[in-house]
Ligand binder design. Structure first.
Ligand SMILES: *Cc1c(COP(=O)(O)O)cnc(C)c1O
Length: 371
């Protein structure tokens, strides 16, 4: 038997279907964001599935992630680094044909200098801060670059981008403010940089409408199956299923304290299931401490007491006893308990639920159907 704490099934057919749904919203083919190991789902299998589905541009967070991507993605894939090239990383980027996102004047000049030294015209992305105050050139710095087109062109920008702060809140006024600000930047950039593409929308930005699309969208979450507007956007197909194996049934006769801290007490006859998988597997974040739900067969069951490091206890009183324990699993993410639903219920972000799946799970990829 496997020693894993659970079985994480990743449905690549659903990833492909979601890619198609996203593409249908857009006038031009988007890039895919596969940073943080494709949000914990496995950047290599997920990235290759997206490549087979027609994706050619991929965003990573770090140099290491993008270097790895260069080894497993086909040669004509364009790989971007959202975190940019830090001082000293420029040559590695150039050698592996990685495209850094530049978010400071210093970074712009450093990339230009590296290109000059290597005698190449290697592309970059310029990122402008339109209101989020995270990475990005300030509008003043952009103004400075605009007034010095040679300095701007010396870093060979092929994309000018920005990022939305509140796109997952449909009606937030910042969405329009950032869109208008970026529209101005985009018009200025198109004059100075013929052929440049502009890029604003992440998943939820795409579903705000065509004003937010520009030439290159950057979806991540929607490809991995969570509906960024919880019901207002097209339904994404769930991609992950997480099943935890039952290690032991417990039949309670009367009063009992359950788990560390004795935070739960049960006084009637109950039947419990102890499953493999605990907070060391991210379950506190995935299913939400003591509010966790699961499915044993068709029956919904809930977590009792605290989640331990390696185990979690569910109340399975209302299920039909099925022995032995080893042949039973409790599903904590599935088509009914989707990432969107779970995150909504426990007050977390879908992103946190997904990236918490980095535990000791055995990963199984359900392949996409051939074309
Ligand atoms: C993570 C990220 C994305 C993808 O966002 P989703 O909401 O997952 O679609 C796009 N752009 C930037 C700059 C990001 O950091």
């Amino acid at each position: 038997m496997s020693t894993a704490t659970g079985l994480l099934t990743i449905d690549l057919e659903a990833v492909r279907a979601n890619w198609r749904t996203v593409c249908q919203q857009l006038p031009q083919r988007p890039a895919a964001v596969i940073k943080a190991d494709a949000y914990g789902l496995g950047a290599e299998p997920v990235g290759n599935c997206l490549y087979r589905s027609g994706c050619r541009e991929f965003f990573f967070a770090t140099l290491e992630e993008a270097l790895a991507g260069r080894s497993y993605l086909p040669d004509d894939a364009q790989l971007y680094i959202l975190g940019g090239a830090r001082p000293g990383e420029e040559n590695e980027c150039l050698n592996a044909r990685l495209i850094p996102v530049l978010y400071s004047l210093e970074g712009v000049d450093r990339w230009a200098q590296a290109c000059r030294r290597a005698d190449v015209q290697a592309s970059s992305v310029i990122k402008i801060d339109t209101g989020m105050t995270r990475l990005g050139l300030s509008l003043q710095d952009w103004e400075r670059l605009r007034n010095d087109p040679e300095r701007l062109r010396a870093c060979h920008p092929r994309v000018v981008m920005s990022h939305l702060a509140c796109a997952d809140e449909w009606a937030h006024p910042m969405n329009r403010e950032q869109q208008q600000c970026f529209s101005r930047v985009a018009s200025q950039a198109r004059v100075l940089l013929p052929g440049v593409r502009c890029s604003l929308a992440n998943s939820s930005g795409i579903f705000l409408g065509s004003d937010w699309h520009f030439e290159l969208a950057r979806p991540g979450a929607s490809l991995y199956g969570f509906d960024p507007h919880f019901g207002r956007a097209p339904k994404m197909q769930p991609v992950v299923r997480l099943s935890l194996p039952v290690l032991q049934w417990r039949e309670l006769q009367g009063d009992a304290a359950i788990g560390y801290g004795a935070t739960a007490r049960l006084s009637t006859e109950r039947r419990l299931a102890v499953v493999a998988g605990g907070y060391a597997d991210g379950l506190n974040r995935t299913i939400g401490r003591e509010r966790g739900l699961g499915y044993l067969g068709e029956t919904q069951v809930s977590v009792v007491g605290r989640i331990s490091m390696d185990t979690t206890i569910f109340d399975v009183t209302h299920t039909r006893p099925a022995s032995p324990p080893e042949s039973n699993w409790i599903q904590v993410l599935n088509d009914r308990l989707t990432v969107a639903e779970v995150s909504h219920r426990i007050g977390a972000l879908g992103y946190e639920v997904l990236t918490s799946l980095a535990g000791r799970y055995r990963r199984v990829y359900r392949p996409e159907r051939s074309q």
